[in-house]
Design a protein around this ligand. Structure first.
Ligand code: FES
Ligand code: FES
Length: 166
């Protein structure tokens, strides 16, 4: 077994200085650190359940080595909001019925955040394209698309009233 490499990860509000195996994925490392809202689905980059924002960009954390993320700022679904104080996107998903078993939800929320950051008023086609790397076995995707539309609508009105940004 190779010697561990010391890295620093800034995850949501926490800073971790840890030793990792050179081949450890960011997904496994995050989960071992307790960030279990990052879900382990396929581990081959196909389901999107493990999506996080890495320095603001969405990535599938199963496809990133932990050492590649050394020094990075990582945002997970739990870093956006909590049950008590949900993020606008999380609240919109709940209100639109976009959450059934919930396994895909953290990754869907991260993909939606990345979409609305670059395109606050996406068309349905753009929404479906942005979420095409995120699989859901429960909803048939209709309610998830509705959740993204609702989040975009609420984002637009909160911007008009000078409220919270996405
Ligand atoms: S677990 Fe990473 S894409 Fe499926
Ligand atoms: S809500 Fe169950 S996998 Fe999407």
């Amino acid at each position: 077994m190779a010697d561990p490499i010391t890295i620093t990860l800034r995850v949501n509000t926490r800073v971790h200085n840890i030793g990792v195996e050179p081949r450890a994925t960011l997904l496994h490392t995050l989960r071992e650190l307790g960030h279990t809202d990052v879900k382990n689905g396929c581990e081959i980059g196909e389901c999107g359940a493990c999506a996080v924002l890495l320095n603001g960009e969405p990535v599938n954390s199963c496809m990133v080595l932990a050492v590649q993320a050394d020094g990075a700022t990582i945002t997970t679904n739990a870093g956006l909001g909590t049950m008590e104080k949900p993020h606008l996107i999380q609240a919109a998903f709940a209100d639109a019925g976009a959450v059934q078993c919930g396994f895909c939800t953290p990754g869907m929320v991260i993909a939606t955040k990345a979409l609305l950051d670059r395109n606050p008023n996406p068309s349905e086609h753009e929404i479906r394209e942005a979420l095409s790397g995120n699989l859901c076995r429960c909803t048939g995707y209709g309610q998830i698309v509705d959740g993204v539309k609702l989040a975009a609508k609420r984002l637009a009105s909160s911007r008009q009233t000078g409220g919270a940004s996405c």
